[in-house]
Structures are given as structure tokens and as C-alpha cells.
Design a protein around this ligand. Structure first.
Ligand code: KG4
Ligand code: ZN
Length: 346
């Protein structure tokens, strides 16, 4: 199945052309094109994503990306003939004005090209992103990888998921307040770092001592798999207020360590509690964090589990993962309406 996928849930305009095959048993994704146009520079002066500006930029970028997909006008017609499905992110986490930009664009495009069009879930995109080819592998052997515990972490959500099969998964834990990426972004802002905060904070943390300050690890010893990050964020705020001369790199490193300790502890607990776990999977924008990747990989190994994380370009927002979500959605007959819904469907 050849899929043209469009993703506009936040501040990246993304488009991909993907060939999906193999079904649920042996899924394979051949990525013909994976394009991302970032709006970071535009939102930076505002310290965060401005939904209506994101929408306007998506509307501007989408026709440009479409042109890059079909970069040769001579072969455009031929390529269109081979496309079976158009998909757009419709369900979140995402900003509704931004989602509408993608939806409006594909509706017109599908009509013009007379192609079927479906909506997809951004969250499902992240959950399936571990199946995409990496620099080292062509994909994942699903038979030996599942069931898995999936830690899905972004600026809009923090979920622990029991993925029994590619069709059957359920949320077993989530954040009770801020998403972990949101906490990274807010603490980064307190430290005077530019947007987007997560990667900037990680960079600063690499210069500091993670044991310099003992920040709280909320809910770490509580039963169950829920998280909370707002107390941690507030304690960083008070610490900075009371210690204005502190080394900021130490604050960044100590905050990062506290957040990661909590994520990792709950993922380990879940992998020991849930039946038949074979792997740990990490996905979502915060999966770009090297310390988190390294720590989870090490813990998985210690428990005799496999560990999967997408390549960097597929853990932050991209359209290839949306093509994967649409492929499985079609096989399951689960289609999302072309209506923007900011909250994840889970
Ligand atoms: O999945 P994503 O690209 O967009 C959403 O769906 O939210 O995730 C973006 C989030 C932001 O909060 C960003 O700060 C965080 O992921 N992030 C990171 C890192 N890179 C991105 N957080 C910590 N460390 C990083 N290296
Ligand atoms: Zn995302």
C-alpha cells in the first residue's frame, strides 16, 4: 500500500510517501520520502508554539512540501497513479487550529486527485514508530518483540502502554498533570533557555552534575504507573528563587535526572508486572533525550528484554509514523474522521 501522509499537529509541517506491506505479522515500511519543515524559528520569539501562527505556516508550507514529493512534473502523474491512500493526522495530542490546516489541505487534495482519504491518530503514530527502519535495521520482528511496555513521551502526553499485539494495547499509566516534555520546556524557560526547551536543557545538563541538587521524584514509590511532573517543576522554580547564584547546568542536570529516574522506574515496574513482556519501547519527542535512551536501554538489557527506540528523525513529529498508523488503521478498519481533536484518543 502506497501512502501519502500529512502531519500538522504542532509546529512541524511534515509529509511522507511510504510503501507499507507485510500486515500485522511482518510489517515493513519503505520510506520513499520523509519531509519535515520546522517552524521553530518562527515561534521562538514567543517562547512557545502559537496555534494560529502554526496554522498559517502549515498552510503556507504544505503546497511547498507537496511540490517536493513530486519534484519532477514529468513523473508526477505516474506517481499519483501509484498512491493508494492519503492520510492526515486528525486526532491528537495536537493543537486544533494546526490539525485543521492539514485536514483542510488533504480534503481538497483528495477530491482533486480522486483518492481515498482517512484521518489518523498522532498518538498511534508515535506508538508504531518503533517499527520504522533505522540506520541499523530494516524493521522489527514483531513475533519476538511483543508484548512490550511502551513509554510514550512528548510535549503533549506521557503514557505507559501495554502493547500486547499491534492491534491490542491499553494505557496503564499517564501523567496526572504536566506532560514530561512540557516540564522540560517549562524548566528550560526558567533557566532562560530558548524554545524548544527540551533539547536545550539536555545540552546544558551535559555540563552539570546530576547529583548536585536532590529534586523530588513525585509518585516514584507509589503503586501503579501514573506520573506527576508539576511538583518537580515547582520545586525547580523555588530552588532557583532561593538560590539565585546556583550553577544553572547543575539545576538542569539534577532536574533531568529526577524526571528520567521517575520515567525509568515506572517502566521497569510495568515490565515486571505485566504478563509476558519481551521488550521495552521508547517513543515520542522526549525519546530524543540521550540519557533517557541510554538508561532505558541499559535497564532493558539487565532484565533480559529487547529495547526499541526510533531513529531521532522518527521520534519527533514526522509524517512517516502517520503513514504507519494509517496502514494499521486500514487493516483494522479503524478510521478517524476528518475532524480535529486535540486530545489523544486512548
Ligand atoms: O512528539 P513531539 O515532537 O511533539 C509533541 O507531540 O509534543 O515532542 C516534543 C517534545 C517537546 O516538549 C520537546 O521539548 C521534547 O519533546 N524534547 C526533548 C528532547 N527533544 C525534544 N525533551 C528532552 N530532551 C530532548 N533531547
Ligand atoms: Zn508528537
Amino acid at each position: 500500500m502506497r501512502i501519502l501522509a500529512i502531519e500538522t499537529s504542532c509546529d512541524e509541517t511534515a509529509m511522507a510517501l511510504v510503501e507499507a506491506s507485510g500486515g500485522f505479522k511482518a510489517p515493513k515500511f519503505k520510506i520513499v520520502k520523509n519531509l519535515v519543515s520546522s517552524q521553530i524559528e518562527i515561534h521562538r520569539p514567543f517562547g512557545g508554539v502559537v496555534p494560529n501562527i502554526a496554522k498559517r505556516e502549515h498552510e503556507k508550507n504544505l503546497p511547498i512540501l507537496l511540490g517536493q514529493i513530486f519534484n519532477n512534473p514529468k513523473t508526477e502523474q505516474k506517481l499519483w497513479k501509484k498512491i493508494d491512500l492519503i492520510v492526515v493526522t486528525a486526532s491528537g495530542p495536537g493543537l486544533e487550529p494546526a490539525l485543521w490546516a492539514g485536514i483542510g489541505f488533504v480534503k481538497k487534495l483528495a477530491k482533486e486527485k480522486r483518492k481515498p482519504v482517512v484521518g489518523a491518530s498522532h498518538l498511534e503514530g508515535h506508538l508504531y514508530s518503533f517499527l520504522l527502519p533505522t540506520k541499523k535495521t530494516t524493521g522489527v520482528n514483531v513475533k519476538t518483540a511483543l508484548p512490550a511496555v511502551t513509554l510514550s513521551v512528548s510535549g503533549g502526553h506521557t503514557f505507559l502502554i501495554y502493547m500486547k499485539t499491534l492491534k491490542e494495547w491499553k494505557k496503564i499509566g499517564e501523567t496526572r498533570d504536566d506532560a514530561v516534555g512540557e516540564a522540560f520546556d517549562k524548566v528550560a524557560r526558567m533557566l532562560g533557555l530558548p524554545y524548544p526547551g527540551g533539547p536545550e536543557l539536555e545540552r546544558l545538563a551535559s555540563l552539570g552534575n546530576p547529583n548536585a541538587i536532590r529534586f523530588p521524584r513525585p509518585m516514584i514509590n507509589k503503586k501503579g504507573f501514573d506520573f506527576s511532573f508539576s511538583g518537580l517543576k515547582t520545586s525547580v522554580l523555588y530552588y532557583l528563587r532561593d538560590n539565585p547564584k546556583v550553577n544553572k547546568a547543575d539545576v538542569a542536570a539534577s532536574f533531568q535526572q529526577a524526571a528520567i529516574d521517575t520515567l525509568v522506574k515506572k517502566t521497569i515496574d510495568a515490565s515486571k508486572t505485566l504478563p509476558g513482556i519481551r521488550s521495552m519501547v521508547l517513543c515520542g519527542g522526549v525519546a530524543a533525550n540521550k540519557l533517557l535512551r541510554k538508561t532505558l536501554a541499559k535497564e532493558a538489557k539487565a532484565l533480559g528484554l529487547k529495547f526499541f527506540v526510533p531513529d531521532f528523525k522518527y521520534n519527533t513529529d514526522n509524517a512517516t509514523m502517520i503513514a504507519a498508523a494509517a496502514y494499521f488503521g486500514t487493516l483494522r478498519n479503524k478510521k478517524y474522521r476528518l475532524v480535529a481533536r486535540g486530545n489523544p484518543n486512548i
